[in-house]
Design a protein around this ligand. Structure first.
Ligand code: CP
Ligand code: NVA
Length: 300
């Protein structure tokens, strides 16, 4: 699972259905352990709360074990080639989850590994988050097809993965980002290529994007690795805050989503993220269920 672009709509549907089943059983206290004895290595080159804890809890709940591998502690951080790391870890583990900067590094890891590799976020993509997001939209709205997601803010890894996930699953998607911070034309074109009768729109007008939206989504203005650009970005993104005013242009029953962590008063106002239409904690919980489905499908 390097990006959702590699998965067919049927495969994504299958994962969402499995996630729902796994969630229901978990909520009913049923213990389901199809991954007994399996080991997931989790390489982190960036910080994480949700990804780390949901993968680690998820693999334990499925009967397996998770190994947290900080890139600072393993030899990868001292320059051991990714290809050697992939071959060595393939001899010990049943799957690798990696969070890092470069998508090319994840691809190189996958090419050289003989076990499944899961992208736990790169500068370009965050596919596991979007699986949980689609599960959440399905739960709250009843279905995916025909719904509209408006993403307001930085044209980053979240925007890229949302465009692809939405286009594949039959949702309209509109990205509003300032000039210079919009998703790359290559990724936008890729998403448009997956859309069958739905719209993929990139604009610099947040009001245009949220028109008729069922979901308003945002993410931080400065992602991990861009901390030094924070002040500069605050200037460019000042008109891109998701607040009550912007919400008033969407459908009245629109929901608010954010992958978290969030910065109240920057990309979202406190009244929106802490308000009645926010589903951010349901969304965060679904990381657990969606990734358990993914692990069962890939490692089971
Ligand atoms: N949404 C998300 O991936 O959160 P973490 O950075 O805490 O893993
Ligand atoms: N765009 C954010 C997402 C964090 C889950 C980042 O890459 O830091």
């Amino acid at each position: 699972m390097l990006t959702l672009a590699d998965y067919s709509p049927e495969e994504i549907d299958y994962l969402l259905e499995l996630a729902e089943e796994i969630k229901t059983k978990h909520k009913n206290g049923e213990i389901v352990q199809p991954l007994k004895g399996k080991i997931l290595g989790m390489i982190f080159e960036k910080s994480s709360t949700r990804t780390r804890v949901s993968f680690e809890s998820g693999i334990y709940q499925l009967g397996g074990t998770g190994l947290f591998l900080s890139s600072k502690d393993i030899q990868l951080g001292r320059g051991e080639p990714i290809s050697d790391t992939a071959k060595v870890l393939s001899g010990y583990l049943d799957g690798i989850m990696i969070r890092t900067f470069s998508q090319a590094d994840v691809e190189e890891l996958a090419e050289n590994a003989s076990i499944p590799v899961i992208n736990g976020l790169t500068d370009d993509y965050h596919p596991c988050q979007v699986l949980a997001d689609l599960q959440t939209i399905k739960e709250v709205k009843g279905s995916l097809k025909g719904k509209k997601i408006a993403y307001i803010g930085d044209g980053n890894n979240m925007a890229n993965s949302l465009m692809i996930g939405a286009a594949k699953m039959g949702l309209d998607v509109a990205i509003a980002a300032p000039e210079g911070y919009q998703p790359s034309p290559a990724i936008t074109e890729k998403a448009k290529g997956f859309a069958v009768g739905t719209e993929v729109l990139v604009t610099s007008d947040p009001v245009e994007a949220v028109k008729d939206a069922d979901v308003i989504y945002t993410d931080v203005w400065a992602s991990m690795g861009q901390e030094s650009e924070q002040l500069e970005r605050e200037k460019h993104f000042a008109n891109f805050q998701v607040n009550d005013e912007l919400f008033s242009y969407a459908k009245t029953d629109a929901i608010f989503m954010h992958c978290l962590p969030a910065h109240r008063g920057e990309e979202v106002s406190a009244e929106v993220i802490d308000g009645k239409q926010s589903v951010v904690f349901q969304q965060a919980e679904n990381r657990l269920h969606a990734q358990k489905a993914l692990m069962v499908a890939l490692m089971g």
